[in-house]
Each structure stands twice: as structure tokens, then as C-alpha cells.
Write a protein that binds this ligand. Structure first.
Ligand code: INI
Length: 178
């Protein structure tokens, strides 16, 4: 009997939904167990950046056990982060790179250059790197806004960046079939 002559009760699931896609959900797991993580952090505005580092290390130490190894590399300012992150990402020694910094607007256009280059540079590194490279650089108009995002009113962007790194490692591994 052709499909056209069958009542809907006689039709099989495949005939009812001939083009139903198979849905495969790829979701990142939140476990840092065994991961080798490097944090690339700038020293400029260190009173804020050190809080971001603390937030990231706290998450890495608590989520799913402990990370195998957490390295912290400090560079002068956010402008230097992308070049350093690129070398770590391509070294084969780390499963993820977390970039942390704080660019706070002053009275000159300097902020725009530093913030722009840091964001663009990290994005470029992330696109070509074999491991996740995460953007955890604050770009704020005021010191208060930066402090709020470094473990006070508005959470801790370092902790958020660490969660992102863990999830992205898991997603990359699923894609690579590891
Ligand atoms: N670097 C920062 O990380 N944050 C800033 O707010 C900042 N401002 O405002 O000047 C800053 N400047 C330094 C810059 O990142 C470089 O280290 C410097 O220009 C040398 O290349």
C-alpha cells in the first residue's frame, strides 16, 4: 500500500515525519578535573586583576575536583595579553588559556586603544588556537564599575571566565571526539 492510501493511524513514525532531524545536543561539562590551565593576567590595575585571579582559581579548584595544574603568568598591561596568550595556547602544554585584565577609562583616548586591541587580539588568538582562549578582561568607565565586577556587587568576571574555559574545553573535546 502506498503512503498516500494509508490512514494516519496506519502511517509509521518515519512516514508521518519523513524529514524529522535527529537532534544531538552537544553540551559542555563543568569539570575541571585533570585540566592544565594557564591564567594570563595583566599587572596594570592589579588591585582589581588580583581579585579576578582569585575568582578564577577558586572556581578551578572547586568545580568537579581540582584542576591538575594552574599556572599564572603576569604581563605589564592588557595590551600585552594577546601575544602572551597566543604563545601559551600554541605551546601544547595547556588545555585552556584564561585572559584576565582591567582596562579603566581615563581622561584620554588611551583606554579605547588598549581595550580595543586587547579584545580584538584575544578574539584573534581564540579563533586560531587549538585550545579555548577566554576573554576575562574588564573594560569599564570607572574604578567602581571594575570593583563591582571583581568579586563585589556584580559578581566576579574572573570566576565567570574560568567557568567558560572549563565548558569550552569540554565542547572542544566532544567535537574532536576525545
Ligand atoms: N593597561 C591596562 O591593563 N589597563 C589600563 O587601564 C591601561 N591604561 O588605562 O592605560 C593600560 N595601559 C597599559 C597598556 O596595557 C600597555 O601595557 C602599555 O601601553 C605598554 O604596551
Amino acid at each position: 500500500m502506498s503512503t498516500l492510501n494509508k490512514s494516519s493511524a496506519q502511517l509509521s513514525q518515519t512516514e508521518l515525519e519523513p524529514s524529522a532531524p535527529r537532534v544531538v545536543n552537544l553540551g559542555g561539562q563543568l569539570s575541571a578535573s585533570g585540566l592544565r590551565i594557564v591564567i594570563v593576567a595583566s599587572r596594570f590595575n592589579s588591585f582589581v586583576v588580583e581579585r579576578l585571579i582569585e575568582g578564577a582559581v577558586d572556581v578551578l579548584s572547586r568545580v568537579g575536583g581540582s584542576a591538575k595544574e594552574i599556572s599564572i603568568a603576569r604581563c605589564p598591561g592588557a595590551f600585552e595579553i594577546p601575544a602572551l596568550a597566543k604563545r601559551f595556547a600554541n605551546s601544547g602544554k595547556y588545555d585552556a588559556v584564561i585572559c584576565l585584565g582591567a582596562v579603566i577609562r581615563g581622561s584620554t583616548p588611551h583606554f579605547d586603544y588598549v581595550a580595543g586591541e586587547a579584545a580584538k587580539g584575544i578574539a584573534q588568538v581564540a579563533m586560531s588556537a587549538p585550545v579555548p582562549v577566554v576573554f576575562g578582561v574588564l573594560t569599564t568607565d570607572t574604578i567602581e564599575q571594575a570593583v563591582e565586577r571583581a568579586g563585589t556587587k556584580a559578581g566576579n568576571k574572573g570566576a565567570d571566565a574560568a567557568m567558560t574555559a572549563i565548558e569550552m574545553v569540554s565542547l572542544y573535546r566532544q567535537i574532536e571526539g576525545a
